[in-house]
Design a protein around this ligand. Structure first.
Ligand code: PLP
Length: 372
């Protein structure tokens, strides 16, 4: 993984010998006198070297055959949904990332798609929710923000039997800790805004496939001809960030585990949600599906309600109060108030994104924040 992260999709620039990849800030490419494009590049929406480098690297990291980079994680969702036919049925987790519900409700409301939100931790419930017209099963594991786990092998099997495509949102785990394609899932999506970018300075998304399929081909058309492309600079930044992805994610996972263990012993804390804790209801599944750590994301419920949770967040000093996740610096968030009035997240829940700082410093900050 470390070697792939450094080398995949990268080559020495032939014209200068530059070791770091050049940033290709060109929208168009010269044609030969014969009208052809001698190097295969025509126009940057269609072919872009920095995007190609990122896509190759992401496909290699996830163990897929091909990858597509998009301008955001939600652009990947849009790329997948626009590939559905009217009357198709789709299954999503009942605690799916809240922005995805907005894409379905606000962007695809008129598309005559049938949608069921189901408890993806319950394999029987997923099987029972499948209909003859089910064409897409979407899974997010660990989930946001409750850190619930779904059985990737079982879900891939249900999708295959139903002739549906399975897509796993692997944003939280990253390929460093979990590779859904290895468990038979058809495609993986990322908000590359998060761990892949890792420094809170890029918004992006990616779709990676294990094999040729119609939904991936439609997503490719949406990228090129729907115009959902990321900028050259964003691709360059993302590819550069991936060099350190395994190092960052392992440090973030170690910090999250240390914080989760410490939070468990605190009087002011009611519950801690982290797959790396033996008390997590699917810790055994986490050990089977994830390796090298359990991720940098955790959440906990304080004793009390929204005011008590908001007060803890307000007192944080080292943790930055902000939404998003996966950066080198730790973030803290009262999740329900970000998700809005339809949020199903408990009002006393605080979500943490562990950064790469010293774990003892992070715990000391939480200790003073929990002290009322
Ligand atoms: C798990 C997950 N998936 C998808 C997204 C959407 O990605 P983006 O914000 O890059 O559009 C997010 C954003 O927070 C996320 O947390």
């Amino acid at each position: 993984m470390e070697t792939i992260a450094v080398h995949a999709g990268r080559k020495i620039d032939k014209s200068t010998g530059a070791v770091a990849p050049p940033l290709y800030l060109t929208s168009t490419y010269e044609r030969g006198a014969d009208g052809k494009w001698p190097l295969g590049y025509t126009y940057a929406r269609e072919e872009q070297p920095n995007r190609e480098s990122l896509e190759k690297c992401l496909a290699a990291l996830e163990g897929g055959t091909e990858g597509l980079a998009f301008g955001s994680g939600l652009a990947v969702v849009a790329a997948a949904l626009q590939g559905m036919e009217p009357g198709d049925h789709m299954l999503f987790p009942d605690d799916v990332y809240h922005g995805l519900r907005k894409t379905i409700g606000d962007v695809f409301a008129k598309s005559k798609l049938e949608t069921t939100f189901v408890d993806m931790t319950d394999t029987d419930a997923i099987q029972n929710a499948v209909r003859p017209n089910t064409r897409l099963i979407w899974v997010e594991t660990p989930s946001n923000p409750m850190l619930k786990l779904c059985d990737l092998t079982a879900i891939a099997g249900i999708a295959r039997k139903a002739n549906a495509i399975s897509i796993a949102d692997n944003t939280f785990a990253t390929p460093v800790l979990q590779r859904p394609l290895d468990f038979g899932i058809d495609m993986v999506m990322h908000s590359t805004t998060k761990y892949i970018g890792g420094h809170s300075d890029v918004v992006g998304g990616a779709l990676i496939t294990r094999h040729d399929n119609y939904l991936f081909e439609r997503a490719r058309k949406f990228q090129k001809y729907g115009g959902a492309v990321p900028s050259a600079f964003d691709c360059w930044l993302l590819r550069r960030s991936i060099d350190t992805l395994p190092l960052r994610v392992r440090q973030q996972s170690a910090n999250a585990l240390a914080i989760a263990r410490w939070l468990q012993g605190q009087d002011a804390v009611d519950r801690v949600h982290y797959p790396g804790l033996p008390e997590h209801p699917r810790h055994d599944l986490a050990c089977r599906q994830m390796s090298g750590g359990f991720g940098g994301m955790l959440s906990f419920q304080v004793k009390g309600a929204k005011p008590e949770a908001m007060a803890v967040v307000a007192r944080a000093k080292l943790f930055t109060r902000a939404t998003s996740l996966g950066g080198t610096h730790s973030l803290i968030e009262h999740r329900a108030s970000v998700e809005g009035p339809k949020s199903r997240t408990p009002q006393n829940l605080i979500r943490l994104s562990a950064g790469i700082e010293n774990a003892a410093d992070l715990i000391a900050d939480l200790e003073q924040a929990l002290r009322s």
